[in-house]
Design a binder for this molecule. Structure first.
Ligand code: NAP
Length: 460
């Protein structure tokens, strides 16, 4: 009877996970997607707690309390820190998978059939490398570790040899599961490999790496599902693994990177010398009053938000600007780059929070055709995603990354605090164009000043 109840709970949880992913793919249904995912996870936990085989509920309760103590503050980090928070979640998930795999090995050895040992090895290898790899990725994103790639001659060979060594140990254990002493090597070598995997990858590729690590964490969980004979874990792990993989493909495309480049390219290591040369070049700056008069004279405006809008939490002021301009009959649209900000969907989430209509948020491929007919491209705290060097400078670390073609608009206005570089650490030739006006200041207060000049201050 209880077994049937557990099965039903798991089936409902599985359906909710699938629906959650479907609903998360559109801003209009995303909230429902989050609820479905949370409910699915709650059901999965409840179903597992019904399992008769649980020996000690006290330990489970301690685990739940400890998890909540760590998880609740983790859930409250600033939105700009979500990528590193996500990397930490992968690290914890992968550590858990590794520990479960380890305990299963010591409980069952030496009577482990070859197929089971192969899957268990895959679980432990993927879990261990995802653990250290995710910690490294979180450290790089949080700037606790240097973001620049660290590379050396023959690095790929050393990395591949390390992975091959781990696989070699796994093969021996598949053939001789009684070689219990070898098992720690199956954990230790991939732990080292996880560090070596991330060391040569530059900060600019971290988002793709994190979604790849998400994929590895999912695959290791699916392997754990085989070992524990849990269909729910197999399905949830496979969903996680495949969605992480699809996201990596989308992000690689957005940054014009191949997987091999992301994993072995040492992206971002050549810092452009142009930065130094152009520091002395003159730029034109303007005041909020001038910006307001240019904007109100325009008939078509494209707003391009980036990381700076997120840091400044300027989205509500941007909404006021949108209202003020729309009231004056200006056609305002938003150009969303897939990797603007610091996490996939970052701009969509912020602008949705400020109730900007979804149909005004245009993806890069859609809005790029519009820039030549756009009077003003207003860039708010974005830098790399508008850098024309990605199109023209083959020596630039972001060369080949598709960008928003804001330089094709008639006038370009850029709100940022200084001439400082963005995430990729390189200068932006856009700022030195004749048609570009720099609006120096914090995104929230500068947009607020423009709104006041437009006479829309009381709209918040
Ligand atoms: P960006 O290139 O990092 O530039 C952000 C700009 O915002 C900076 O140049 C900064 O200039 C400005 N800024 C910072 N605080 C500000 C404030 N309070 N007010 C006004 N401006 C402010 O950002 P992006 O154009 O959005 O490009 C995203 C970059 O992050 C890409 O390189 C992407 O690969 C990377 N990345 C993306 C993700 C993702 O999944 N979306 C994840 C990790 C990394 P000042 O200091 O002069 O103000």
């Amino acid at each position: 009877m209880i077994e049937n109840l557990i099965e039903v709970t798991y089936i409902i949880a599985t359906a909710l996970f699938i629906l959650s992913l479907k609903w998360l793919s559109s801003p209009t249904t995303a909230r429902r997607g989050v609820w479905a995912g949370e409910l699915g996870m709650a059901l999965a936990i409840c179903g597992t707690l019904l399992y008769r085989g649980i020996v000690d509920f006290k330990l489970v309760a301690i685990g739940l309390v400890l998890g909540a103590i760590i998880g609740v503050p983790l859930g409250k980090v600033a939105m700009t820190a979500v990528p590193q928070r996500t990397a930490l979640s992968h690290a914890f998930g992968a550590l858990c998978v590794t520990l479960v795999g380890t305990s299963e090995f010591y409980l069952r050895a030496p009577d482990i059939p070859p197929l089971m040992m192969a899957v268990l090895s895959m679980e432990v290898i993927l879990g261990s490398l995802t653990f250290t790899g995710s910690l490294m990725a979180a450290g790089k994103l949080q700037e606790l570790l240097p973001q620049r790639p660290i590379t050396y001659r023959g690095q790929n060979l050393v990395n591949l040899a390390t992975l091959a060594l781990a696989i070699g140990v796994a093969v021996i254990l598949v053939m001789h599961p009684d070689q219990v002493k070898l098992f720690p090597a199956l954990i230790f070598i991939p732990l080292v490999f996880g560090v070596m995997l991330i060391v040569p990858i530059g900060g600019a590729d971290m988002p793709t790496v994190i979604s790849l690590l998400n994929s590895y964490a999912g695959l290791s969980a699916a392997a754990m599902g085989f070992v524990l004979n849990s269909k729910l874990l197999i399905i949830a792990g496979a969903l996680d693994g495949s969605s992480g993989f699809i996201l990596s493909v989308i992000m690689s495309k957005a940054m014009n990177r191949s997987f091999t480049n992301v994993l072995f390219g040492g992206f971002g290591q050549i810092q452009s010398a142009v930065a130094g040369e152009q520091e002395a070049s003159p730029v034109k700056s303007a005041t909020a009053e001038e910006a307001a008069s240019i904007l109100s004279a325009a008939s078509r405006v494209a707003i391009v938000p980036g990381y700076g809008m997120a840091v400044a939490q300027a989205q509500h002021k941007v909404r006021e600007l949108y209202d003020a301009l729309s009231k004056r009959g200006v056609d305002v649209r938003f150009g969303i780059h897939p990797v603007a900000g610091r996490m996939p969907g970052h701009m969509n989430v912020l602008l949705a929070e400020a109730d900007i209509p979804y149909d005004k948020l245009l993806e890069m491929d859609v809005i790029n055709g519009d820039f030549p007919q756009t009077d003003v491209a207003l860039i708010i705290g974005a830098n790399d995603v508008t850098n024309p060097a990605a199109r023209t400078d083959s020596g630039s670390p972001i060369y080949g990354m598709p960008i928003l073609n804001v330089d094709q608009a008639r006038t370009v206005m850029v709100i940022k605090r200084s001439m400082a570089a963005g995430f990729a650490g390189i200068d932006n030739p856009l700022y030195y164009l004749d048609k570009t006006l720099m609006l120096f200041g914090d995104a929230k207060s500068f947009v607020g000043s423009i709104v006041r000049e437009l006479g829309g201050a009381g709209m918040s």
